[in-house]
Design a protein around this ligand. Structure first.
Ligand SMILES: [Zn+2]
Ligand SMILES: [Zn+2]
Length: 333
C-alpha cells in the first residue's frame, strides 16, 4: 500500500526520462532538478566564454569536461568534426574542409546531421557552397575565440577544449547523447557543498602566499627575505622588529571539497571511483594543474579534495542561473 502511494507520486522527467518526485516546468517541459542543473551549467559555460570575467574559468572547466569524457565512444562522435577541423587547420592549412570529406570519414552511429546541427547552432561551424561543393568554415563564435587567443601558441588546444566542453555540456542529460555521469557527479558535488542557492561561494578557500607587503610603505615583494632587507635598509627597522611590519598576501588557489562526499556522488551516478580518480590525477581534472599544489588534504581525520577555483566560480554562476530559471517559471508540485 505504502509503496504504491509513493510510486504514484513519481513523475517522468521529459528530458532525461528518469522518475522523480518533484518536477519543474522549464521551457515548456516538465523536468527534474538534475536536468535543470544541467541546463544551467551549459548556460554558465556558454555565457562564460563570452564574459571576460569568467572566460578563463570557462576554458579550464571546458577542458576538464572534454578530458573527463574523452574516451567515451559517444563523446567521440560529437567531437570528431572538431578534431578533423583542427587537423586541417594545422596540417593542411591551404586546403578547405569539404563536407564530403567529413561524410566519407563518418563511422559513428550518431547521425552526422545531428552532430553538425549543434555545431552550426553554437556558431562553431558554417557551411558555405563554392563551385557546387559544400565547405565547412568557421562560424562566428569560433572566429571570435580564434581572434581572442590568436597570440598564443596553444590557441588550438584552448579553442579545441572550448568547443568540446561547450558541446558536451550542451548535450548534458539529453537522451542518446554521451554519458556524462562523471561530469554530473562533479557538478552536483560542487554545487551542493561549495555554493549556496543564491550562487555565493560558501566553500572554505585554500590559499597560498603570493607575495609580501611592507606595512610601513605598502611596497610588495616576492620573498620574505627581500621584505626584511627593505625594512631594515629603507625604514631603519631593527632586525628583531622586522616581522611585525611584514604582511603576507594570500591568493585563493582552491576550495576544500569533502572527498568522501564526492566519492558517494560518483557511486550514486554509477561511476567507477578508481577509474575516475586515476583520470582526475592524470589529466588534472578538477584539481590544480600546478603539481606543487596538493590535490588532497587531511584535516581532523577527514579528507578534502582541493578543487580548482575555476570550477567553483562556474558552479556559482550555474546556481545563480538555476535560480533565475526557477523564478521565471512557477514550480509544479
Ligand atoms: Zn531529468
Ligand atoms: Zn616599506
Amino acid at each position: 500500500m505504502l509503496l504504491s502511494s509513493v510510486q504514484a507520486k513519481l513523475r517522468k522527467c521529459e528530458r532525461c526520462g528518469k522518475y522523480k518526485r518533484r518536477l519543474y516546468s522549464v521551457e515548456n517541459m516538465m523536468i527534474c532538478s538534475d536536468c535543470l542543473r544541467g541546463m544551467a551549467f551549459y548556460e554558465a559555460l556558454k555565457d562564460g566564454f563570452r564574459d571576460p570575467s569568467l572566460r578563463g574559468d570557462a576554458v579550464i572547466v571546458g577542458m576538464n569536461v572534454g578530458d573527463a569524457t574523452w574516451f567515451n565512444p559517444f563523446a567521440q562522435a560529437w567531437t570528431y568534426p572538431l578534431f578533423l577541423w583542427i587537423y586541417f587547420k594545422t596540417k593542411r592549412e591551404d586546403l578547405p574542409l569539404y563536407l564530403d570529406d567529413l561524410e566519407s570519414a563518418w563511422r559513428y552511429k550518431t547521425p552526422l546531421d545531428r552532430v553538425l546541427k549543434v555545431y552550426i547552432e553554437e556558431g562553431i561551424f558554417r557551411i558555405v557552397e563554392s563551385d557546387g561543393r559544400k565547405i565547412i568554415v568557421e562560424g562566428d563564435a569560433l572566429k571570435e575565440m580564434l581572434k581572442k587567443y590568436h597570440d598564443r601558441q596553444d590557441v588550438l588546444d584552448i579553442v579545441g577544449a572550448w568547443v568540446s566542453g561547450l558541446i558536451i555540456a550542451r548535450l548534458h542529460e539529453e537522451a542518446s547523447a554521451p554519458d556524462f555521469r562523471a561530469v554530473n557527479a562533479i557538478v552536483n558535488a560542487i554545487a551542493d557543498k561549495l555554493v549556496d542557492a543564491d550562487g555565493n561561494i560558501k566553500g572554505e578557500p585554500y590559499t597560498k602566499i603570493a607575495s609580501y607587503r611592507c606595512r610601513v610603505c605598502g611596497a610588495m615583494f616576492a620573498t620574505k627575505e627581500e621584505t626584511r632587507r627593505h625594512l631594515m635598509a629603507v625604514h631603519r627597522v631593527p632586525s628583531d622588529e622586522v616581522m611585525m611590519h611584514i604582511e603576507e598576501e594570500r591568493i585563493v588557489i582552491g576550495y576544500l571539497l569533502d572527498y568522501e562526499y564526492l566519492l558517494d556522488v560518483l557511486k550514486r551516478e554509477g561511476v567507477s571511483r578508481e577509474r575516475f580518480v586515476e583520470r582526475m590525477l592524470k589529466f588534472r581534472i578538477l584539481v590544480h594543474e600546478d603539481p606543487e599544489t596538493p590535490w588532497m588534504l587531511e584535516r581532523e581525520g577527514k579528507r578534502y579534495l582541493v578543487v580548482h577555483p575555476a570550477w567553483v566560480r562556474v558552479l556559482a554562476r550555474t546556481r545563480a542561473y538555476e535560480r533565475e530559471l526557477l523564478r521565471e517559471r512557477e514550480r509544479v508540485k
